[in-house]
Write a protein that binds this ligand. Structure first.
Ligand code: PGA
Ligand code: ZN
Length: 432
């Protein structure tokens, strides 16, 4: 036994930003150091991601976590006790072996991700370093403060499918610091709110804090976003650019994309043309899940046509899985990966997906889920790994703001020269 041996594990039920139950784990080491982590929860999930273990039944919409907590207090605690907290890959391998399923369905992805991250936090605490610097030191990476990708309008599954597109976001690659990127985004966010209010269309905010999308067409949302950027005193495509998450798996049924708002159905070619039109019309530099996870041919076609000038991010199609990253890269689909630790269920799984993407020269975006909490581990993860971007939703609600604010604190330590800025985005639209 050393100072860093895992000697204690507490699991408790806490609540996420949608008011749903979730899992918190606290790990204690022999030295007395502790680490704590909470599992987030997605709403537009990929079919191959780690699944949360939920109790089912009538209570709490079936979302109870008593089974996951029992697994943590029993078999997970027994497995982890006596292990070295610094050996994250051994800890995660033990969790994976204990679970024994490809999707963590026996122990629960919510249980494994909270346990895995809590161990990482405890190891960081034992090293007397903030998590980002512990990660950089143990992985040998150069820490950097990521470019924030911030939602202005929510949509899709996060806004009652009021519009088809899930995230209308801005990025400020022309900013010289994370702090400046946030300030510019704040002006745009509030300008968008004022525009909606003036039109009598303000309807509160969606799941991730973006304005509720009361629009007649998807293009009207795009045009309003351009209006908001302009009203904030910026020239769209200059210092500020647009990023979209289409979350197209949510629109895809029976081989067809159904745009509910406009009552249109599009084939794969039609969807590629529809989005391709936007790429020429608007200063879009990044587009996530433009086609559905099952439509690999569509993702290949889209990446082949547009991948040289926009970042094509795979979320549902890649589910933070290194093998899928390599497979889709070989097929010619996507050129960037979204990293969501709970999609794979362990820190090590996320690191493997990150490394696979980096080895391919792909973009890397660390992301929150739509169901979030006050846990700010991903701010540290994106910084410690030196990821290009960070996506945590909008510019309202503290489960989002906590993560942006944590990056401000980290930037204060690292200095603005550590800010990634526009470097990873090789898009023609961004005019620097
Ligand atoms: P989520 O979606 O609801 O599954 O977290 C977020 C995303 O699609 O990026
Ligand atoms: Zn997504």
């Amino acid at each position: 036994m050393t100072d860093r041996t895992i000697t204690g594990l507490a699991a408790r039920r806490v609540w996420d930003s949608r008011g749903h139950p979730t899992v918190e784990v606290e790990v204690a080491l022999a030295s007395g150091a502790t680490g704590r982590a909470i599992a987030p929860a997605g709403a537009s999930r990929g079919s191959r991601e780690a699944v949360d273990l939920r109790d089912g039944g009538a209570k709490l919409k079936g979302l109870g976590v008593d089974l996951a907590l029992a697994n943590l207090r029993g078999p997970v605690a027994e497995t982890l006790f006596g292990m070295d907290a610094v050996n994250q890959s051994a800890v995660d391998a033990a969790l994976i072996a204990l679970d024994g399923t490809p999707t963590k369905s026996r122990i629960g992805g919510n249980a494994t991700v909270a346990a895995s991250l809590a161990v990482l936090q405890a190891a960081a605490a034992a090293s007397h370093q903030p998590l980002w610097s512990h990660l950089a030191a143990t992985l040998g990476t150069t820490p950097s403060v990521p470019l924030p990708e911030i939602q202005i309008f929510g949509g899709g599954a996060h806004a009652g499918r009021r519009v088809d597109v899930q995230d209308f976001m801005v990025m400020v690659p022309g900013a010289t610091s994370f702090a400046e990127a946030l300030e510019v985004t704040a002006e745009i966010y509030h300008a968008a709110g004022a525009i909606l209010a003036a039109k009598g269309r303000s309807g509160g905010v969606a799941d991730e804090g973006g304005w509720w999308p009361d629009f007649r067409t998807n293009e009207e949302a795009m045009d309003t976003l351009i209006e908001a950027i302009t009203k904030a005193g910026e020239t769209p495509g200059k210092r500020v650019v647009i990023s979209l998450d289409i979350a197209a798996s949510e629109l895809y049924r029976d081989g067809v994309y159904r745009l509910g708002l406009e009552k249109r159905s599009l084939t794969t070619d039609g969807m590629c043309d529809y989005l391709g039109g936007w790429l020429t019309q608007y200063p879009i530099v990044s587009i996530e899940d433009p086609l559905a996870e099952g439509d690999t041919a569509g993702l290949v076609a889209f990446t082949t046509t547009h991948g040289n000038r926009v970042q094509v991010i795979g979320d549902d199609a890649l589910v933070t899985n290194a093998d899928l990253v390599r497979q889709l890269a070989t097929a010619g689909a996507c050129n960037a990966v979204l990293i969501k630790v709970n999609q794979t269920g362990t820190v090590t799984g996320a690191l493997e997906a990150f490394r696979a993407a980096r080895a391919l020269g792909w973009g890397t975006i660390v992301s929150a889920r739509s169901g979030e909490t006050e846990d700010v581990a991903i701010s540290h993860l994106s910084t410690g790994l030196g990821a290009g971007q960070l996506k945590v939703g909008s510019f309202a609600r503290s489960e989002r703001m906590a993560k942006w604010n944590e990056c401000l604190r980290i930037e204060e330590v690292l200095g603005p020269k550590a800010f990634v800025g526009g470097a990873p985005l090789a898009a023609t639209w961004w005019q620097g």
